[in-house]
Design a binder for this molecule. Structure first.
Ligand code: X90
Length: 278
């Protein structure tokens, strides 16, 4: 393992560890009047989700500070730093401040900050791509030049049963969130080019919504590339688009995983995030 190079991501990437390259996660926090959940490897995600279902008070989230990012950078010479979309979080801004600080303190070190304009599974695709470039012995500069075009060829489609936490925290307008608040309505949407939530479809019932995920993916340019499906306590839901995708695209690599804290808070129980290559 080349410890000169490190990949660092905030915890919205749903990774507590990563095999292949030195890795660190900068945790976001989920805050209620009773509790502060730190989105690190010690968090009991299922326990948090179930506590939040019973909780009716105010809740919010907080991104890593520049100091948190510096901690995650550690002592590495070259760092690739991937953040959740800058359109919805201050995480990217904090990472940029940390980068300036780090490079000032250590003029021989370099940090490349990448705004994913997305979250969760799409961030994982970017991280895996960086890792494969490192394995190919590409230089830091070469990887910097290659990875931005790659991020334009990945996308994110999501399915949500509720947008309550997104609306309460000002990440979508209450009007946008309204449909998902109605009983039985599932919203399918995508991360827009600007890194915002864009609603594509409102379906009555989960079955229809799960079917429309693949058509939304194809409209966004999916042709059989790698797929990652993150779910919040909804493994059965995640299996449905997986089987539909593999029926049509036989050799596609599809991985299902459990969302960590931040994505679980906003996607809420039943939510799915599908990251894919176009
Ligand atoms: O800085 C903070 O406190 C974090 C704020 C994060 C807000 C958005 C999180 C979205 C998580 C929900 C569905 C997917 C939306 C994708 C849009 C780019 C997942």
């Amino acid at each position: 393992m080349n410890t000169e190079i490190k990949i660092v991501a905030d915890s919205s990437a749903d990774l507590t560890s990563f095999t292949g390259t030195d890795f660190a996660s900068a945790p976001l926090k989920i805050i209620t009047s009773q509790n502060e959940y730190v989105d690190d490897k010690n968090l009991d995600v299922e326990g948090m989700v179930n506590e939040l279902i019973k909780y009716s008070g105010k809740s919010s989230t907080a991104c890593p500070s520049p100091i948190d990012w510096l901690k995650a950078f550690g002592e590495s010479k070259y760092i690739f730093c991937i953040t959740i979309t800058s359109a919805l979080s201050g995480s990217h801004n904090a990472a940029c401040i940390a980068k300036v600080d780090y490079e000032e303190q250590h003029p021989d070190r370099k940090v490349f900050v990448i705004d994913s304009l997305s979250t969760g599974p799409e961030m994982q695709l970017i991280i895996e791509k960086i890792n494969s470039y490192i394995k190919e012995n590409k230089s830091f500069e070469e990887i910097c030049n290659l990875i931005t075009p790659y991020t334009k060829k990945t996308a994110l489609i999501f399915m949500l049963e509720s947008m309550r936490n997104l609306a309460n925290n000002g990440r979508v307008s209450p009007i946008t969130a309204k449909a998902a608040g109605l009983l039985g309505i599932r919203v399918v949407g995508k991360a827009s080019d600007k890194g915002q939530l864009e609603v594509l479809e409102k379906s009555r019932g989960e079955k229809k919504a799960l079917i429309s995920i693949l058509s939304c993916m194809k409209k966004a340019g999916f042709k059989g590339g790698k797929v990652k499906i993150g779910h919040c306590l909804n493994i059965d839901g995640a299996e449905k688009p997986k089987s539909l995708i593999s029926e049509e695209f036989k050799n596609t690599l599809i991985e299902i995983y459990n969302c960590r804290g931040l994505c679980s808070f906003y996607a809420e129980k039943g939510g799915l995030l599908v990251g894919f290559e176009c």
